[in-house]
Write a protein that binds this ligand. Sequence first.
Ligand code: ZN
Length: 151
Amino acid sequence: MFDLKDLYQEVIVDHNRSPRNFGKLEDADRVAEGFNPLCGDRLNLYLKMEDDRISDIRFDGSGCAISVASASLMTEALKGKTRDEAEQVFNEFHDLVTEKKPEDTDSITHLGKLAALLGVKDYPTRVKCATLCWHTLHSALEGNTTPVTTE
Ligand code: ZN
């Protein structure tokens, strides 16, 4: 039988075990640092911009399975996207995970693999783990140099 929850779980385990785009990006032109004191998740996000497009994106750091899987999935989803497109994905993901917007088939299809993280919305403390990388991305795109914290 096809169980969506199991599939989501598998995606998270896989991305935590072998995170994509992990490691420093030497020629990054934007770097941002994020910290979630509640859980101890720390990450550095590296961006290489080509005009308004994210031509490369990588991350490193350490944290719980959710924070690592989320950052890994995010980098996969955003490579090649423009800044506006990236902010759109961020807003969509954020609205769903904080339940500002009800989950519907359209938004789930839109998010693709990122939808695997929507299960965290039942656990408010885990929402911070899942959104840390997104807040860090936002800061990197804005060119902020102050470290991001979820508190
Ligand atoms: Zn965490």
